[in-house]
Design a protein around this ligand. Structure first.
Ligand code: GRF
Length: 205
């Protein structure tokens, strides 16, 4: 079985990254993490990559707050391409990607979000669900497009909200599910990558 080369982008603690790296390490997931990249110099996700012996890099994001400067986004494309990445996995990456990345990796960039999209895109989605009085929330893996937490949905998992839930308790339960769902979706891509010839994989977007 050939391993799917992936690149992981994150800005924070990287618990999803850990879940993916552990599944790969245990031989459960036929992927190979070529590179972990963060826009935050001291992000724990970079320490985690080092802990697992994975190549990692800090990418200074430039002068914008919610996106990368276009020239830097081009640099990101080059870094991922040079590393041979076939699937880009966003794991808590806090910047919206634009044309350079979306053109370079069409239907090859995925994200995980802590709500049942299209409900509650944006920050602290678990709090939004609590405030809205929802009974059920969850997490979603989706393709990335130019809008925030938008793009074709690939998979979801549900969590019941209990009357005693606090934002922290709910978020913790959602994260447990995220750590199951994200590797499972990546496993689907690994399967497709193995079934298709290189050429078919490139065209099948
Ligand atoms: C996750 O809750 C994910 O849904 C969202 O950002 C968070 C990242 O958490 N996109 P972690 O850094 O993987 O722990």
């Amino acid at each position: 079985m050939k391993s799917l080369p992936i690149g992981i982008l994150g800005s924070g603690k990287g618990s999803n990254c850990r879940a993916i790296l552990e599944r790969i390490q245990s031989g459960d997931l036929a992927a190979e993490t070529r590179l972990v990249i963060s826009d935050v110099l001291d992000a724990p996700i970079l320490d985690m990559a080092r802990e697992f012996g994975v190549a990692n890099a800090y990418l200074p994001p430039g002068r914008f707050r919610t996106r990368l400067e276009p020239v830097i986004e081009e640099q990101l494309v080059k870094m991922l391409r040079d590393a041979g990445v076939e699937l880009v996995v966003l794991a808590g990456f806090m910047r919206v990607l634009h044309k350079p990345m979306l053109r370079a990796f069409p239907r090859r960039i995925i994200n995980i979000h802590p709500s049942l999209l299209p409900k509650f895109p944006g920050l602290e989605a678990w709090k939004q669900a609590l405030v809205a009085g929802e009974i059920v929330t969850g997490c979603t893996v989706h393709y990335v497009d130019e809008q925030i937490d938008h793009g074709q949905i690939l998979a979801q998992k549900e969590v019941r909200i209990s009357p005693n839930d606090t934002p922290d308790s709910l978020h913790a339960r959602i994260q447990v599910l995220e750590h199951e769902l994200y590797p499972a979706v990546i496993a689907e891509f690994c399967k497709r990558y193995n079934e298709a010839s290189q050429q078919v994989w490139r065209l099948a977007r």
